[in-house]
Ligand binder design. Structure first.
Ligand SMILES: *Cc1c(COP(=O)(O)O)cnc(C)c1O
Length: 380
């Protein structure tokens, strides 16, 4: 055992993150890449991730709700960048959004009037940075096409008054099928044409996230909102990060806390859902579902120790699980990699997501607060 006492950790490769973003910026140019940093940057740590994205050349960020954007602005981070939020609360602080120049996705007349009123109240030199949001089929945020002309018409009046700036036209697709997404893009184009007829042009038209942004250049418009691809997570079925020239940023690991030689027939973990069929060595891995290891992981997930994969056996508990290492020599303190870039025999986050019945984004977001984030390759 070394002196460093860590039990579990999430290692975040910031050099890989920057390289992924730089390569996406280069491949999509002249289309703008907006980095999605919602949910604490997919749990990797907003305050650390954003400066790295800035260093890679990103000038647009998406935060979902406005609070993280306001927090960054107040801390003076990303003064030169734009922050876009589109999930507005029932008591949205439009004055703060005006004061701190946060772009908002606006779906309703009420939101538009309130945002414009806040800009008017703030006085000359202040404007509401508006992305008019159209529902092209996902039925989350966005106004239906039937309500669109009225919303656009009013936004044009407010623009002419000098209180609204038409920063964007925004939508999001369902990723159901090629036909459904194509239909959604036609609705978006229709909305843009209607807006143009009403005198509205937008600085940034955007409807695609990672998957659509890579697969369908015709749906990139002026900007693509990249979350998963930046973090090196594949999001298109059958496509790996390596196929895309991307590198997974997140590695989840723990250290063997104990090993135990047990006899054939021994039951393992809660409920004895697994019994060893021969004399073998069990190794205790101190990371559990509180840390984001799904209980589904017992059904096929394997972890890597010293370059060899071993199955998770028996129930995953809140704080730990067991692996069956047979007659191999595995020692207390050895690093157990649950998932990572795949260089040391471990599953990638995409493979981990497949065996645990979910998607890489969820795996990333579920890494629990108890797991220390260890950053490598940072610019700071
Ligand atoms: C989460 C989200 C994204 C990013 O999606 P990825 O597939 O992770 O790139 C983009 N746009 C919106 C509106 C989102 O909610």
């Amino acid at each position: 055992m070394t002196a460093d006492p860590w039990l579990r950790r999430a290692t975040i490769d910031l050099a890989a993150y920057r390289a992924n973003l730089s390569s996406l910026i280069e491949r999509l140019a002249p289309v703008e890449v907006l980095a999605i940093v919602k949910a604490d940057a997919y749990s990797l740590g907003l305050e650390t991730i954003v400066p790295e994205a800035l260093a890679a050349g990103i000038r647009w960020f998406g935060t979902v709700e406005s609070e993280p954007a306001l927090r960054l602005r107040r801390a003076g981070v990303g003064d030169e960048a734009s922050f876009f939020a589109w999930q507005l609360g029932p008591h949205e602080d439009f004055s703060a959004a005006v004061e701190f120049r946060v772009d908002l996705g606006i779906s309703t007349m009420e939101q538009l009037e309130a945002f414009a009123a806040a800009a008017r109240a703030a006085g000359p030199g202040h404007e509401a940075l508006v992305h008019l949001t159209v529902d092209t089929g996902l039925h989350r945020e966005g106004c239906l096409l039937i309500d669109w002309p009225a919303l656009v018409g009013r936004a044009v009046e407010l623009r002419d008054e000098g209180v609204v700036r038409l920063r964007g036209a925004f939508s999001h697709v369902s990723e159901t099928s090629e036909a459904d997404d194509h239909a959604a893009s036609l609705v978006f184009i229709e909305a843009l044409e209607q807006a143009a007829a009403l005198g509205a042009t937008f600085e940034k038209r955007h409807m695609s996230s990672s998957s659509a942004g890579m697969e369908h250049p015709e749906r990139r418009f002026d900007m693509v909102r990249m979350g998963s691809n930046g973090y090196g997570n594949p999001v298109t079925e059958g496509v790996t990060a390596a196929d895309r020239g991307l590198r997974p940023v997140l590695t989840l690991s723990a250290r063997v806390a104990k090993t135990k030689r047990v006899a054939a027939g021994t039951g393992v973990s809660y409920d004895y859902t697994y019994r060893v069929d021969r004399e073998t060595t069990l190794a205790l891995v101190p990371i559990g579902y509180a840390d984001g290891v799904s209980r589904q992981a017992q059904h096929g997930a394997e972890v890597a120790v010293n370059g060899t994969r071993y199955p998770i056996v028996g129930r995953v508990a809140m704080d730990q699980f067991l692996i069956d290492v047979g007659d191999d020599t595995v020692e207390v303190g050895d690093e157990v990699i649950l998932f990572g870039p795949g260089d040391r025999g471990e599953l990638t986050i995409g493979e981990w997501a497949d065996v645990t019945g979910t998607i890489p984004e969820e795996v990333s977001c579920r890494v629990g607060p108890r797991v220390p984030r260890v950053y490598v390759g940072g610019t700071a």
